[in-house]
Design a protein around this ligand. Structure first.
Ligand code: AHR
Length: 602
Protein backbone atom coordinates (compact mmCIF):
# COMPACT_ATOMS: atom_id res chain seq x y z
CA UNK A 1 0.00 0.00 0.00
CA UNK A 2 1.21 3.47 -0.84
CA UNK A 3 -0.79 6.30 0.71
CA UNK A 4 -0.21 9.87 -0.48
CA UNK A 5 -1.70 12.65 1.60
CA UNK A 6 -1.51 15.71 -0.60
CA UNK A 7 -2.80 17.99 2.18
CA UNK A 8 0.16 17.05 4.36
CA UNK A 9 2.86 19.36 2.95
CA UNK A 10 6.36 18.32 3.97
CA UNK A 11 8.75 20.82 2.37
CA UNK A 12 9.33 22.92 -0.70
CA UNK A 13 11.06 21.59 -3.78
CA UNK A 14 14.07 23.62 -4.88
CA UNK A 15 13.12 25.61 -8.01
CA UNK A 16 16.69 25.02 -9.27
CA UNK A 17 16.75 21.27 -8.63
CA UNK A 18 17.67 19.83 -12.01
CA UNK A 19 20.47 21.21 -14.17
CA UNK A 20 23.37 20.36 -16.44
CA UNK A 21 27.04 19.59 -15.95
CA UNK A 22 29.47 19.13 -18.83
CA UNK A 23 33.07 19.74 -19.69
CA UNK A 24 35.51 19.08 -22.52
CA UNK A 25 35.57 15.31 -22.10
CA UNK A 26 34.51 12.60 -24.60
CA UNK A 27 34.73 15.21 -27.40
CA UNK A 28 31.80 17.00 -25.80
CA UNK A 29 32.51 20.38 -27.36
CA UNK A 30 35.11 19.90 -30.11
CA UNK A 31 33.60 16.96 -31.98
CA UNK A 32 30.30 17.43 -30.15
CA UNK A 33 28.23 20.40 -29.13
CA UNK A 34 30.40 23.08 -30.75
CA UNK A 35 29.29 23.24 -34.38
CA UNK A 36 32.84 23.15 -35.82
CA UNK A 37 33.44 20.47 -38.46
CA UNK A 38 37.24 20.79 -38.60
CA UNK A 39 39.36 18.82 -36.18
CA UNK A 40 42.70 20.31 -35.15
CA UNK A 41 41.80 23.57 -36.85
CA UNK A 42 44.73 25.38 -35.24
CA UNK A 43 47.24 22.56 -35.77
CA UNK A 44 47.91 22.12 -32.06
CA UNK A 45 47.89 18.34 -32.40
CA UNK A 46 51.21 17.57 -34.03
CA UNK A 47 52.97 14.26 -34.39
CA UNK A 48 55.17 13.61 -37.36
CA UNK A 49 52.39 15.32 -39.27
CA UNK A 50 49.35 17.38 -38.39
CA UNK A 51 46.70 15.10 -36.88
CA UNK A 52 43.49 14.89 -38.94
CA UNK A 53 45.13 16.71 -41.86
CA UNK A 54 46.26 14.81 -44.96
CA UNK A 55 47.81 15.80 -48.26
CA UNK A 56 45.20 15.94 -51.02
CA UNK A 57 45.35 16.52 -54.75
CA UNK A 58 43.50 16.29 -58.03
CA UNK A 59 45.10 15.54 -61.40
CA UNK A 60 48.87 15.80 -61.15
CA UNK A 61 48.94 18.26 -58.28
CA UNK A 62 51.48 17.67 -55.51
CA UNK A 63 51.97 19.17 -52.10
CA UNK A 64 54.67 19.26 -49.42
CA UNK A 65 53.49 19.93 -45.89
CA UNK A 66 55.75 21.55 -43.30
CA UNK A 67 55.40 23.31 -39.99
CA UNK A 68 55.10 27.06 -40.54
CA UNK A 69 57.15 29.15 -38.15
CA UNK A 70 54.72 32.06 -37.96
CA UNK A 71 51.01 32.61 -37.55
CA UNK A 72 48.34 35.31 -37.71
CA UNK A 73 48.46 36.27 -34.01
CA UNK A 74 50.50 36.02 -30.84
CA UNK A 75 48.11 33.31 -29.62
CA UNK A 76 48.41 31.29 -32.84
CA UNK A 77 52.03 31.86 -33.72
CA UNK A 78 52.64 28.80 -35.87
CA UNK A 79 50.93 27.38 -38.93
CA UNK A 80 50.86 24.66 -41.56
CA UNK A 81 52.92 25.58 -44.61
CA UNK A 82 52.07 24.05 -47.98
CA UNK A 83 54.30 24.06 -51.01
CA UNK A 84 52.02 23.50 -53.97
CA UNK A 85 53.23 21.95 -57.17
CA UNK A 86 50.52 22.06 -59.82
CA UNK A 87 51.66 21.50 -63.32
CA UNK A 88 48.73 21.86 -65.68
CA UNK A 89 45.11 22.78 -66.16
CA UNK A 90 42.92 20.97 -63.62
CA UNK A 91 45.83 20.06 -61.35
CA UNK A 92 45.18 20.97 -57.73
CA UNK A 93 46.96 20.21 -54.48
CA UNK A 94 46.50 21.08 -50.85
CA UNK A 95 45.12 19.40 -47.74
CA UNK A 96 42.12 17.46 -46.53
CA UNK A 97 40.68 17.37 -43.02
CA UNK A 98 38.86 14.27 -41.81
CA UNK A 99 36.86 16.02 -39.09
CA UNK A 100 35.77 14.36 -35.90
CA UNK A 101 35.29 10.85 -37.28
CA UNK A 102 33.79 12.35 -40.42
CA UNK A 103 31.85 15.51 -41.05
CA UNK A 104 28.07 15.63 -40.89
CA UNK A 105 26.57 17.25 -43.98
CA UNK A 106 22.85 17.69 -44.67
CA UNK A 107 21.21 18.66 -47.98
CA UNK A 108 20.52 22.34 -48.87
CA UNK A 109 22.43 23.56 -45.84
CA UNK A 110 24.77 26.52 -45.66
CA UNK A 111 28.15 26.01 -43.99
CA UNK A 112 30.05 29.06 -42.79
CA UNK A 113 33.82 29.06 -43.01
CA UNK A 114 36.92 31.09 -42.36
CA UNK A 115 40.64 30.60 -42.72
CA UNK A 116 43.78 32.62 -42.19
CA UNK A 117 46.32 32.42 -44.99
CA UNK A 118 49.65 33.88 -46.00
CA UNK A 119 50.71 33.18 -49.58
CA UNK A 120 53.74 34.10 -51.68
CA UNK A 121 51.49 35.34 -54.49
CA UNK A 122 47.74 35.77 -55.14
CA UNK A 123 46.09 32.32 -55.23
CA UNK A 124 42.70 30.76 -55.47
CA UNK A 125 41.66 28.25 -52.80
CA UNK A 126 39.05 25.68 -53.82
CA UNK A 127 37.20 24.66 -50.70
CA UNK A 128 34.96 21.61 -50.89
CA UNK A 129 33.03 19.28 -48.65
CA UNK A 130 33.54 15.87 -50.21
CA UNK A 131 31.53 12.67 -49.80
CA UNK A 132 34.03 10.02 -48.62
CA UNK A 133 32.46 7.21 -50.66
CA UNK A 134 32.26 8.93 -54.04
CA UNK A 135 34.88 11.67 -53.87
CA UNK A 136 32.20 14.05 -55.17
CA UNK A 137 31.90 17.60 -53.85
CA UNK A 138 28.60 18.07 -52.02
CA UNK A 139 29.29 21.77 -51.28
CA UNK A 140 32.00 24.01 -52.65
CA UNK A 141 33.28 27.50 -53.08
CA UNK A 142 36.40 29.25 -54.37
CA UNK A 143 38.05 32.12 -52.57
CA UNK A 144 40.75 34.51 -53.68
CA UNK A 145 43.76 34.83 -51.42
CA UNK A 146 45.35 38.14 -52.25
CA UNK A 147 48.93 37.23 -51.38
CA UNK A 148 51.36 38.74 -48.90
CA UNK A 149 50.83 38.99 -45.15
CA UNK A 150 48.40 36.99 -43.02
CA UNK A 151 44.76 37.69 -43.88
CA UNK A 152 41.46 36.22 -42.81
CA UNK A 153 39.22 34.97 -45.56
CA UNK A 154 35.58 34.17 -44.85
CA UNK A 155 33.32 32.04 -47.02
CA UNK A 156 30.04 30.18 -47.18
CA UNK A 157 29.06 27.09 -49.12
CA UNK A 158 25.65 25.48 -49.54
CA UNK A 159 25.28 21.75 -49.96
CA UNK A 160 23.43 20.22 -52.88
CA UNK A 161 19.72 19.54 -52.46
CA UNK A 162 19.88 15.97 -53.74
CA UNK A 163 22.36 14.53 -51.23
CA UNK A 164 21.45 12.34 -48.27
CA UNK A 165 22.43 13.51 -44.79
CA UNK A 166 25.48 11.57 -43.64
CA UNK A 167 28.55 11.81 -41.44
CA UNK A 168 30.84 10.44 -44.14
CA UNK A 169 32.40 13.64 -45.47
CA UNK A 170 35.69 15.44 -45.33
CA UNK A 171 37.00 18.87 -46.30
CA UNK A 172 39.44 19.70 -49.04
CA UNK A 173 41.33 22.97 -49.40
CA UNK A 174 43.14 22.81 -52.75
CA UNK A 175 45.18 25.29 -54.79
CA UNK A 176 45.56 25.24 -58.57
CA UNK A 177 48.87 27.01 -59.10
CA UNK A 178 52.38 26.56 -57.74
CA UNK A 179 53.43 28.54 -54.69
CA UNK A 180 53.57 28.51 -50.94
CA UNK A 181 50.67 29.04 -48.64
CA UNK A 182 50.59 29.01 -44.85
CA UNK A 183 47.27 28.25 -43.20
CA UNK A 184 45.92 28.76 -39.71
CA UNK A 185 42.50 28.51 -38.00
CA UNK A 186 40.68 26.72 -40.80
CA UNK A 187 37.06 26.60 -39.70
CA UNK A 188 33.80 25.34 -41.19
CA UNK A 189 30.75 25.60 -38.96
CA UNK A 190 27.43 23.88 -39.51
CA UNK A 191 24.21 25.78 -38.73
CA UNK A 192 23.77 26.49 -35.04
CA UNK A 193 21.01 26.62 -32.44
CA UNK A 194 19.26 30.01 -32.64
CA UNK A 195 21.70 30.83 -35.48
CA UNK A 196 24.32 31.93 -32.97
CA UNK A 197 27.62 32.80 -34.60
CA UNK A 198 30.27 30.41 -33.24
CA UNK A 199 27.46 28.44 -31.62
CA UNK A 200 26.20 24.96 -30.88
CA UNK A 201 24.71 21.96 -32.67
CA UNK A 202 20.90 22.29 -32.68
CA UNK A 203 20.11 18.60 -32.07
CA UNK A 204 22.18 18.49 -28.87
CA UNK A 205 20.81 21.83 -27.66
CA UNK A 206 17.26 20.58 -28.25
CA UNK A 207 18.00 17.44 -26.28
CA UNK A 208 19.25 19.56 -23.39
CA UNK A 209 16.24 21.89 -23.62
CA UNK A 210 13.97 18.83 -23.34
CA UNK A 211 15.61 18.06 -19.98
CA UNK A 212 14.08 21.31 -18.66
CA UNK A 213 17.27 22.27 -16.85
CA UNK A 214 17.61 25.27 -14.57
CA UNK A 215 21.36 25.78 -14.61
CA UNK A 216 24.64 24.82 -16.23
CA UNK A 217 27.62 24.13 -13.98
CA UNK A 218 30.52 25.52 -15.98
CA UNK A 219 33.21 25.15 -17.18
CA UNK A 220 33.34 21.64 -15.68
CA UNK A 221 35.05 19.46 -13.11
CA UNK A 222 38.55 18.27 -13.95
CA UNK A 223 38.45 20.57 -16.96
CA UNK A 224 38.38 23.56 -14.62
CA UNK A 225 41.49 22.38 -12.80
CA UNK A 226 43.65 20.98 -15.63
CA UNK A 227 46.37 18.46 -14.89
CA UNK A 228 48.75 21.34 -14.10
CA UNK A 229 48.20 24.96 -13.17
CA UNK A 230 49.18 26.15 -16.65
CA UNK A 231 46.55 23.81 -18.11
CA UNK A 232 43.66 25.11 -15.97
CA UNK A 233 40.62 26.66 -17.63
CA UNK A 234 42.23 30.07 -17.89
CA UNK A 235 39.06 31.91 -18.86
CA UNK A 236 40.84 35.05 -20.04
CA UNK A 237 42.43 33.00 -22.83
CA UNK A 238 39.05 31.69 -23.99
CA UNK A 239 37.34 34.99 -24.84
CA UNK A 240 37.50 37.42 -27.75
CA UNK A 241 38.29 36.69 -31.40
CA UNK A 242 39.08 33.02 -32.05
CA UNK A 243 42.45 33.99 -33.47
CA UNK A 244 43.42 35.36 -30.06
CA UNK A 245 42.63 32.12 -28.22
CA UNK A 246 45.79 30.03 -27.80
CA UNK A 247 43.85 26.77 -27.11
CA UNK A 248 44.85 24.52 -24.22
CA UNK A 249 45.37 20.89 -23.30
CA UNK A 250 42.50 19.44 -21.32
CA UNK A 251 43.04 16.81 -18.61
CA UNK A 252 41.17 14.36 -20.86
CA UNK A 253 44.26 14.23 -23.08
CA UNK A 254 43.38 16.33 -26.05
CA UNK A 255 43.67 19.99 -26.87
CA UNK A 256 40.58 22.11 -26.55
CA UNK A 257 40.12 24.62 -29.35
CA UNK A 258 38.50 26.94 -26.78
CA UNK A 259 36.07 27.92 -29.51
CA UNK A 260 33.54 27.19 -26.81
CA UNK A 261 35.01 29.62 -24.29
CA UNK A 262 33.58 31.48 -21.33
CA UNK A 263 31.24 33.73 -23.33
CA UNK A 264 29.98 30.78 -25.38
CA UNK A 265 29.22 28.88 -22.16
CA UNK A 266 27.19 31.87 -21.00
CA UNK A 267 25.38 32.20 -24.34
CA UNK A 268 24.57 28.50 -24.16
CA UNK A 269 22.88 29.27 -20.81
CA UNK A 270 21.09 32.20 -22.39
CA UNK A 271 19.84 30.07 -25.28
CA UNK A 272 18.41 27.50 -22.88
CA UNK A 273 17.06 30.25 -20.56
CA UNK A 274 19.04 28.87 -17.64
CA UNK A 275 21.68 30.37 -15.41
CA UNK A 276 25.33 29.54 -14.94
CA UNK A 277 26.69 27.97 -11.78
CA UNK A 278 30.12 29.49 -12.16
CA UNK A 279 33.04 27.37 -10.98
CA UNK A 280 36.19 29.45 -10.45
CA UNK A 281 39.69 27.97 -10.49
CA UNK A 282 40.82 27.79 -6.87
CA UNK A 283 44.57 27.25 -7.04
CA UNK A 284 44.72 23.45 -7.25
CA UNK A 285 45.32 21.23 -10.30
CA UNK A 286 44.77 17.52 -10.68
CA UNK A 287 48.36 16.33 -10.43
CA UNK A 288 48.71 18.11 -7.11
CA UNK A 289 50.24 21.47 -8.04
CA UNK A 290 48.67 24.07 -5.79
CA UNK A 291 49.23 27.54 -4.42
CA UNK A 292 48.64 29.04 -1.00
CA UNK A 293 49.29 32.29 0.86
CA UNK A 294 50.18 35.38 -1.18
CA UNK A 295 50.58 33.27 -4.32
CA UNK A 296 46.81 32.87 -4.35
CA UNK A 297 46.26 36.55 -5.01
CA UNK A 298 46.44 36.51 -8.83
CA UNK A 299 44.06 33.55 -8.95
CA UNK A 300 41.62 35.30 -6.62
CA UNK A 301 41.85 38.39 -8.81
CA UNK A 302 41.13 36.22 -11.87
CA UNK A 303 38.02 34.89 -10.13
CA UNK A 304 36.83 38.41 -9.22
CA UNK A 305 37.44 39.52 -12.80
CA UNK A 306 35.54 36.49 -14.07
CA UNK A 307 32.54 37.29 -11.89
CA UNK A 308 32.66 40.85 -13.22
CA UNK A 309 32.85 39.54 -16.80
CA UNK A 310 29.70 37.49 -16.16
CA UNK A 311 27.68 39.99 -14.14
CA UNK A 312 29.19 43.48 -14.42
CA UNK A 313 27.51 46.22 -16.39
CA UNK A 314 29.37 47.89 -19.20
CA UNK A 315 30.77 50.58 -16.91
CA UNK A 316 32.95 47.94 -15.27
CA UNK A 317 36.29 46.91 -16.77
CA UNK A 318 35.33 43.29 -17.48
CA UNK A 319 31.69 44.07 -18.28
CA UNK A 320 33.06 46.37 -20.98
CA UNK A 321 35.27 43.57 -22.30
CA UNK A 322 32.21 41.31 -22.47
CA UNK A 323 30.37 44.03 -24.42
CA UNK A 324 33.33 44.32 -26.78
CA UNK A 325 33.17 40.55 -27.22
CA UNK A 326 29.59 41.00 -28.43
CA UNK A 327 27.40 40.68 -25.34
CA UNK A 328 26.61 43.99 -23.61
CA UNK A 329 23.96 42.51 -21.30
CA UNK A 330 25.11 40.96 -18.04
CA UNK A 331 24.17 37.38 -17.19
CA UNK A 332 22.21 36.26 -14.13
CA UNK A 333 24.21 34.54 -11.40
CA UNK A 334 23.40 33.20 -7.96
CA UNK A 335 25.93 30.44 -7.25
CA UNK A 336 29.73 30.42 -7.43
CA UNK A 337 31.68 27.20 -6.89
CA UNK A 338 35.22 27.43 -5.55
CA UNK A 339 37.32 24.69 -7.18
CA UNK A 340 36.35 21.12 -7.99
CA UNK A 341 36.50 17.92 -5.92
CA UNK A 342 38.98 19.45 -3.50
CA UNK A 343 38.62 16.41 -1.24
CA UNK A 344 41.29 14.99 -3.57
CA UNK A 345 43.75 17.69 -2.40
CA UNK A 346 45.90 15.62 -0.06
CA UNK A 347 47.97 18.68 0.86
CA UNK A 348 45.07 19.85 3.03
CA UNK A 349 45.20 23.34 1.52
CA UNK A 350 41.51 23.63 0.62
CA UNK A 351 40.34 25.23 3.86
CA UNK A 352 42.85 28.02 3.35
CA UNK A 353 42.11 28.38 -0.34
CA UNK A 354 38.33 28.32 0.14
CA UNK A 355 38.52 30.92 2.90
CA UNK A 356 40.77 33.23 0.88
CA UNK A 357 38.49 33.10 -2.17
CA UNK A 358 35.32 33.34 -0.09
CA UNK A 359 36.59 36.39 1.82
CA UNK A 360 37.44 38.28 -1.36
CA UNK A 361 34.27 37.27 -3.21
CA UNK A 362 31.98 38.02 -0.26
CA UNK A 363 33.62 41.41 0.26
CA UNK A 364 32.76 42.45 -3.29
CA UNK A 365 29.73 40.27 -4.02
CA UNK A 366 27.91 39.43 -0.78
CA UNK A 367 24.79 38.44 -2.73
CA UNK A 368 26.17 35.19 -4.16
CA UNK A 369 25.98 31.75 -2.58
CA UNK A 370 29.37 30.06 -2.39
CA UNK A 371 29.79 26.35 -2.99
CA UNK A 372 32.60 24.32 -1.43
CA UNK A 373 33.82 21.12 -3.03
CA UNK A 374 34.83 19.16 0.06
CA UNK A 375 32.88 18.14 3.16
CA UNK A 376 33.34 20.16 6.37
CA UNK A 377 35.13 23.02 4.64
CA UNK A 378 36.05 25.86 7.00
CA UNK A 379 34.77 29.28 5.95
CA UNK A 380 31.00 28.78 6.07
CA UNK A 381 30.18 27.59 2.59
CA UNK A 382 26.54 28.17 1.71
CA UNK A 383 26.42 24.96 -0.27
CA UNK A 384 28.51 21.78 -0.41
CA UNK A 385 29.05 19.88 -3.67
CA UNK A 386 28.68 16.09 -3.28
CA UNK A 387 29.53 13.70 -6.15
CA UNK A 388 28.32 10.12 -6.65
CA UNK A 389 29.33 7.71 -9.38
CA UNK A 390 27.92 4.29 -8.47
CA UNK A 391 26.44 1.05 -9.80
CA UNK A 392 22.67 0.48 -9.55
CA UNK A 393 22.76 -1.43 -6.24
CA UNK A 394 24.95 1.24 -4.67
CA UNK A 395 22.61 3.90 -5.99
CA UNK A 396 19.58 2.15 -4.50
CA UNK A 397 21.49 2.14 -1.19
CA UNK A 398 21.99 5.92 -1.45
CA UNK A 399 18.30 6.74 -1.91
CA UNK A 400 17.76 7.50 1.77
CA UNK A 401 21.15 9.09 2.38
CA UNK A 402 19.78 12.60 2.86
CA UNK A 403 16.54 11.71 4.67
CA UNK A 404 18.03 12.32 8.10
CA UNK A 405 20.88 14.62 7.08
CA UNK A 406 21.63 17.72 9.15
CA UNK A 407 19.51 20.61 7.92
CA UNK A 408 21.54 23.22 9.84
CA UNK A 409 24.73 22.97 7.76
CA UNK A 410 25.32 23.99 4.16
CA UNK A 411 22.76 23.14 1.51
CA UNK A 412 23.74 20.36 -0.89
CA UNK A 413 24.56 20.54 -4.58
CA UNK A 414 24.86 17.08 -6.07
CA UNK A 415 27.09 18.58 -8.74
CA UNK A 416 27.98 15.28 -10.43
CA UNK A 417 26.23 11.98 -10.19
CA UNK A 418 25.41 8.97 -12.33
CA UNK A 419 24.61 5.30 -12.12
CA UNK A 420 27.38 3.72 -14.13
CA UNK A 421 26.48 0.59 -16.02
CA UNK A 422 26.56 0.48 -19.79
CA UNK A 423 28.95 2.08 -22.24
CA UNK A 424 29.25 4.51 -23.94
CA UNK A 425 25.83 5.43 -22.65
CA UNK A 426 24.08 3.86 -19.64
CA UNK A 427 21.73 0.89 -19.84
CA UNK A 428 18.27 0.50 -18.39
CA UNK A 429 19.62 -0.81 -15.08
CA UNK A 430 21.44 2.49 -14.71
CA UNK A 431 18.23 4.39 -15.47
CA UNK A 432 16.56 2.50 -12.62
CA UNK A 433 19.37 3.50 -10.24
CA UNK A 434 19.12 7.09 -11.48
CA UNK A 435 15.35 7.26 -11.07
CA UNK A 436 15.54 5.81 -7.57
CA UNK A 437 18.24 8.34 -6.63
CA UNK A 438 16.25 11.21 -8.14
CA UNK A 439 13.23 10.14 -6.10
CA UNK A 440 15.44 10.45 -3.00
CA UNK A 441 16.73 13.87 -4.11
CA UNK A 442 13.21 15.16 -4.75
CA UNK A 443 12.12 14.02 -1.30
CA UNK A 444 15.07 15.94 0.15
CA UNK A 445 15.04 18.96 -2.09
CA UNK A 446 14.61 21.31 0.85
CA UNK A 447 18.28 20.43 1.45
CA UNK A 448 19.43 19.51 -2.07
CA UNK A 449 19.17 22.78 -3.94
CA UNK A 450 20.65 21.55 -7.24
CA UNK A 451 21.72 18.34 -8.93
CA UNK A 452 23.38 17.54 -12.24
CA UNK A 453 24.05 14.22 -13.94
CA UNK A 454 27.57 13.87 -15.33
CA UNK A 455 29.05 13.51 -17.84
CA UNK A 456 26.37 14.69 -20.20
CA UNK A 457 27.80 13.93 -23.64
CA UNK A 458 29.92 11.43 -25.55
CA UNK A 459 31.05 11.10 -29.12
CA UNK A 460 30.42 7.37 -29.60
CA UNK A 461 33.06 6.83 -32.27
CA UNK A 462 35.96 4.56 -31.25
CA UNK A 463 38.42 6.86 -29.49
CA UNK A 464 35.74 9.42 -28.67
CA UNK A 465 35.08 8.27 -25.14
CA UNK A 466 37.25 8.87 -22.08
CA UNK A 467 34.52 8.15 -19.53
CA UNK A 468 31.93 5.43 -19.98
CA UNK A 469 28.27 6.02 -19.06
CA UNK A 470 27.36 9.40 -20.54
CA UNK A 471 23.82 10.63 -20.85
CA UNK A 472 23.67 11.60 -24.55
CA UNK A 473 25.56 9.91 -27.39
CA UNK A 474 26.24 11.21 -30.89
CA UNK A 475 28.40 11.06 -33.98
CA UNK A 476 28.98 13.81 -36.51
CA UNK A 477 25.33 13.92 -37.51
CA UNK A 478 23.13 11.76 -35.27
CA UNK A 479 22.38 11.91 -31.56
CA UNK A 480 20.37 9.85 -29.12
CA UNK A 481 19.33 9.70 -25.50
CA UNK A 482 20.18 6.83 -23.18
CA UNK A 483 17.48 5.31 -20.96
CA UNK A 484 18.95 7.49 -18.18
CA UNK A 485 18.39 10.56 -20.37
CA UNK A 486 14.70 9.76 -20.64
CA UNK A 487 14.50 9.21 -16.88
CA UNK A 488 15.96 12.71 -16.43
CA UNK A 489 13.53 14.21 -18.92
CA UNK A 490 10.55 12.62 -17.17
CA UNK A 491 11.62 13.58 -13.67
CA UNK A 492 12.46 17.19 -14.49
CA UNK A 493 9.34 17.79 -16.57
CA UNK A 494 6.99 16.46 -13.90
CA UNK A 495 8.09 18.11 -10.71
CA UNK A 496 5.93 19.96 -8.23
CA UNK A 497 6.79 22.83 -5.93
CA UNK A 498 6.44 20.90 -2.67
CA UNK A 499 6.66 17.37 -1.35
CA UNK A 500 3.79 15.69 0.44
CA UNK A 501 3.51 12.93 3.02
CA UNK A 502 3.64 9.34 1.83
CA UNK A 503 3.38 6.15 3.85
CA UNK A 504 4.08 2.72 2.45
CA UNK A 505 4.01 -0.84 3.62
CA UNK A 506 4.85 -4.19 2.11
CA UNK A 507 6.95 -2.85 -0.80
CA UNK A 508 9.96 -4.74 -2.19
CA UNK A 509 13.36 -3.32 -1.18
CA UNK A 510 13.97 -2.03 -4.69
CA UNK A 511 10.76 -0.04 -4.90
CA UNK A 512 11.12 3.75 -4.63
CA UNK A 513 8.84 6.74 -5.06
CA UNK A 514 8.51 10.48 -4.90
CA UNK A 515 5.36 12.58 -4.51
CA UNK A 516 5.41 16.29 -5.32
CA UNK A 517 2.50 18.62 -5.98
CA UNK A 518 2.23 21.53 -8.41
CA UNK A 519 0.11 23.96 -6.42
CA UNK A 520 -1.21 26.14 -9.25
CA UNK A 521 -2.07 23.22 -11.54
CA UNK A 522 -3.47 21.09 -8.67
CA UNK A 523 -1.56 18.06 -9.90
CA UNK A 524 0.23 15.33 -7.95
CA UNK A 525 3.36 14.05 -9.71
CA UNK A 526 3.78 10.53 -8.45
CA UNK A 527 7.00 8.78 -9.48
CA UNK A 528 7.25 5.05 -8.98
CA UNK A 529 10.45 3.10 -9.58
CA UNK A 530 10.42 -0.68 -9.52
CA UNK A 531 14.06 -1.77 -9.70
CA UNK A 532 13.31 -5.39 -8.89
CA UNK A 533 12.87 -8.25 -11.33
CA UNK A 534 9.30 -8.92 -10.11
CA UNK A 535 6.20 -6.82 -10.58
CA UNK A 536 5.10 -4.72 -7.61
CA UNK A 537 1.36 -4.91 -6.93
CA UNK A 538 0.21 -1.67 -5.30
CA UNK A 539 -2.84 -0.44 -3.51
CA UNK A 540 -2.68 3.31 -4.00
CA UNK A 541 -4.59 5.52 -1.62
CA UNK A 542 -4.71 9.17 -2.58
CA UNK A 543 -7.69 10.67 -0.75
CA UNK A 544 -7.47 13.97 -2.67
CA UNK A 545 -7.20 12.42 -6.14
CA UNK A 546 -9.96 13.63 -8.43
CA UNK A 547 -11.75 10.76 -10.11
CA UNK A 548 -11.02 10.86 -13.82
CA UNK A 549 -8.06 10.65 -16.11
CA UNK A 550 -4.45 10.71 -15.03
CA UNK A 551 -1.52 10.76 -17.45
CA UNK A 552 1.03 7.99 -17.14
CA UNK A 553 4.56 8.04 -18.62
CA UNK A 554 6.20 4.65 -18.56
CA UNK A 555 9.84 3.80 -19.12
CA UNK A 556 10.20 0.05 -19.15
CA UNK A 557 13.10 -2.24 -19.97
CA UNK A 558 12.66 -5.92 -20.75
CA UNK A 559 15.92 -6.35 -18.81
CA UNK A 560 18.44 -4.20 -16.95
CA UNK A 561 20.93 -4.59 -19.78
CA UNK A 562 18.73 -3.33 -22.56
CA UNK A 563 19.73 0.06 -23.92
CA UNK A 564 19.65 2.62 -26.73
CA UNK A 565 22.51 3.02 -29.19
CA UNK A 566 23.35 5.31 -32.06
CA UNK A 567 22.07 2.63 -34.46
CA UNK A 568 19.02 1.78 -32.34
CA UNK A 569 18.14 4.99 -30.53
CA UNK A 570 14.48 4.24 -29.77
CA UNK A 571 14.57 0.92 -27.91
CA UNK A 572 13.78 2.59 -24.58
CA UNK A 573 11.58 5.65 -24.71
CA UNK A 574 8.78 6.93 -22.49
CA UNK A 575 5.34 5.70 -23.49
CA UNK A 576 2.45 8.02 -22.67
CA UNK A 577 -0.95 6.65 -21.73
CA UNK A 578 -3.91 7.69 -19.69
CA UNK A 579 -5.42 5.88 -16.76
CA UNK A 580 -8.71 6.22 -15.04
CA UNK A 581 -8.01 7.34 -11.54
CA UNK A 582 -9.81 7.00 -8.25
CA UNK A 583 -8.86 8.02 -4.73
CA UNK A 584 -8.23 4.33 -4.12
CA UNK A 585 -6.91 2.10 -6.84
CA UNK A 586 -4.99 -1.10 -7.25
CA UNK A 587 -2.20 -1.02 -9.74
CA UNK A 588 0.63 -3.25 -10.86
CA UNK A 589 4.05 -1.73 -11.49
CA UNK A 590 5.92 -4.17 -13.78
CA UNK A 591 9.49 -5.28 -13.07
CA UNK A 592 12.22 -2.89 -14.32
CA UNK A 593 9.85 0.04 -14.68
CA UNK A 594 9.82 3.75 -14.05
CA UNK A 595 6.37 5.36 -13.98
CA UNK A 596 5.61 9.04 -13.71
CA UNK A 597 1.91 9.68 -13.12
CA UNK A 598 0.30 13.12 -13.18
CA UNK A 599 -2.85 12.86 -11.10
CA UNK A 600 -5.36 15.75 -10.98
CA UNK A 601 -6.33 16.69 -7.43
CA UNK A 602 -9.70 17.77 -6.08
O1 AHR B 1 32.54 13.88 -14.82
C1 AHR B 1 33.82 13.35 -15.00
C2 AHR B 1 34.79 13.76 -13.91
O2 AHR B 1 34.40 13.18 -12.70
C3 AHR B 1 34.85 15.22 -13.59
O3 AHR B 1 35.69 15.91 -14.43
C4 AHR B 1 35.37 15.25 -12.20
O4 AHR B 1 34.95 16.37 -11.48
C5 AHR B 1 34.90 13.94 -11.61
O5 AHR B 1 35.92 13.25 -11.00
Amino acid sequence: TLRVETDAVLSSVSPMLYGLMTEEINYSYDGGLYAELIRNRTFQHRGKSFASWLPASRGNGEVEIDAGSDGPSAALSSSMKLTIKARGAGDEAGVANTGFWGMGVKPSTTYTGSLYAKTNSPMKAHIRLIADQTGEAVAETTVDLSGGAWKQCEFKMTSKAEITASAQHHLEVLFDQPGTVSLQLVSVMSPTYHNRANGNRPDLMEMMAAMKPNFLRLPGGNYLEGDFIKERFNWKETIGPLVDRPTHRSPWNYTSSDGLGLLEFLEWCEDLKIEPVLAVYAGYSLKGEHVTGKDLEPFIQDALDEIEYVTGDTSTKWGAVRAKNGHPAAFPLHYIEIGNEDYFDKSGSYDERFQAFAKAIRAKYPQYKLISTAPNTKGDPDVQDDHYYRNPEEMFALVHKYDDADRKGPKIFVGEWATRTGSPTPDFGAALGDAAFMAGMERNSDLIVMAAYAPLMVNVNPGGMQWSSDLIGYDAIRSYGSPSYYAQVLFANHLGDHTVKTTASGENPRFFWSATVSTAEKVLHLKLVNGSSSAQPLMLEIPNAASGNATVYTLHGASRWITNTIEHPDVIKPVKSSATWKPQLSRNVPANTIEVIDIPLK
